[in-house]
Design a binder for this molecule. Structure first.
Ligand SMILES: N[C@@H](CCC(=O)N[C@@H](CS)C(=O)NCC(=O)O)C(=O)O
Length: 202
């Protein structure tokens, strides 16, 4: 029998979608030791959050500095996997991305998500939050970039942060909140909010 989809721990008391907090966040970007070849990026082409890390890596010209592996975009209940044919982990030969999470914290129990920035020296995840990974690539990693572009000018940071806040809530995460909400009157408001976000972005 087909299993019913469940939000599990990402379900709020009222059934609404509540995204789990990414466990490995970066607060100070200039504290991250930066040198070529130290980090590896794990992504899925099926993930819009991972897309932005791929895009910023390309825009900055960080392809030589940070290598990348793709998980299979089709997954089963074992989560993101390396199934061969371009979906391999060249560093460890892992079969599942969960192995990166357990190598970093053997007691890890939350969702195993992409993108993941892996530190080869510490043998641990350094960050699993796309917003932080792109900020890191655009700032601290600039000296490693083959054609750095200024994506994050200091003078515009407050404006960038404010823009990120409403696009995250109204659009990026907003579509999940709307799509995963039960069709009760109160939660249908999530859909309207998402549409308002789309209009504002236009
Ligand atoms: N806040 C995270 C969210 C990443 C995220 O939700 N990734 C999804 C794919 S689009 C994922 O890996 N989900 C796996 C799961 O929830 O089991 C980020 O932006 O990096």
């Amino acid at each position: 029998m087909a299993e019913t989809f469940s939000l599990g721990r990402e379900s709020g008391d009222d059934g609404s979608f509540r995204r789990q907090e990414s466990r490995w966040r970066l607060t100070r970007f200039d504290d991250v030791p930066v040198h070529e070849g130290r980090y590896h990026l794990y992504v899925a082409r099926a993930c819009p959050w991972a897309h932005r890390t791929i895009i910023v890596r390309e825009l900055m010209g960080l392809q030589d500095a940070v290598d990348v592996s793709f998980v299979d975009p089709i997954r089963d209940d074992r989560g993101w996997g390396f199934t061969g044919d371009g979906y391999e982990d060249p560093l460890h030969g892992w079969r599942f991305l969960s192995e990166a999470y357990f190598a970093t914290d053997p007691g890890y129990e939350d969702r195993v998500s992409v993108p993941v920035l892996w530190d080869k020296e510490q043998h641990a995840i350094v960050c699993n939050e796309s917003a932080d990974i792109i900020r890191l690539f655009a700032t601290a990693f600039a000296p490693l970039a083959s054609h750095p572009v200024e994506l994050c000018p200091v003078a515009l940071l407050p404006e960038i942060d404010a823009l990120n806040e409403w696009t995250y809530d109204g659009l990026n995460d907003g579509v999940y909140k709307a799509g995963f909400s039960p069709p009760s009157g109160r939660l249908r408001g999530r859909g309207a909010r998402c549409l308002r976000g789309a209009r504002r972005a236009r």
